[in-house]
Design a protein around this ligand. Sequence first.
Ligand code: GDP
Length: 386
Amino acid sequence: MKIGLIAVGQAGGKIADAILAYEDRSDLSFVADAMAVNTAEADLLGLEWIPPERRVLIGQHRVKGHGAGADNELGAELTREDIQEVMGTWDEVPMSSVDAVLVIAALGGGTGSGGAPVIAERLRELLSEPVYGLGILPTSDEGGIYNLNAARSLQTFVREVDNLLLFDNDSWRQAGESLQAGYGRINDEIARRVGVLMSAGGAANPSPDQVVDASEIINTLGSGGISTVGYAGSKLGRARRTFGGGFRQPGPVDDTEAISRIMSSVRQAALGRLSVPAELTSTERALVIVSGPPAYLSRKGVEEAREWLEEATGCMEIRAGDYPLPDTDYVSGLVVLSGVSNVPRVKELQAIAVEAKHRMSEQESLHGPALEDLLTGDSGEIEPLF
Ligand code: GDP
């Protein structure tokens, strides 16, 4: 499946860069085109993989390339004002090569948080292809304004896209590691999940019975709601590489061993490695993709994994398929849980935002309306998402 990437804000740009680097490293081809939008010139200059002619600096007349800070209402305004410039660059993308668009942004900052929903809304007015969002949630200790931004942006973003894939910085952080130090690793993890999902939906030589095609991904993501993506794998440890750099293909693999590898990867992906933890039983639709060397892709294993997920989620709309990758030393399971309605982190975020709003209203009544500027969104109200 070919996707067009639109990265908004600093984290959005770095993640799009990581996806392009993953595509190159893995010798895959699932990105039809990529562009970055930002109010901060330095962030655009720091990108490595997005071509310079696909980087759009917005809001120059007001913030002079210095960014929107953590003001997501300003981020939204500047994007609205310069939307023609953004769309002008997007117009250069040949749409015949794009199956879906992915708008990527961190929801806790200013530009991405405010701008991504604005861009998604415009794209959906213009395109018949699905427009998905990839949203990064801030960690809970990043401070009130980040969490307030995220709660508000989440609400708007989810409304403006066909599906919002959520990734929580909190659930990826390793013990003792600072958030900054972890970004590179987190971005690589995100890139791998996006890469496996999108490239599986366009595998060059799929096995005919179990292929996951673009329409299955599109049907799983459906129209509306939030998704979480799990991924886990186990190394095969095949000793020798061929001269071409690939791995020597194994002889027949014991089916019991292959099934057990598949099952443990898929269980681990769904139970402990979701991009944002969610209650499995709140899933509406799901997709399982098992990737690895063809000899390890047991048909029975994929079916058992699908049945297991059906039982664990209680959801009957589960698609499953394999993705043969001859030149890998891993068997991996990728699980997409779509339309999840019980996501504790989202509920927590909303509670933080409601609390922050109350505190600001109290202060406002003490000190006058200046603090109103901190409140973003149309009405200032925080509605429950589910
Ligand atoms: P913007 O440029 O105004 O949209 O702001 P940012 O994109 O920097 O958004 C700030 C949020 O993004 C905070 O929650 C940060 O923790 C998070 N963030 C910043 N850089 C990265 C990154 O490279 N990767 C990830 N996963 N999160 C990031």
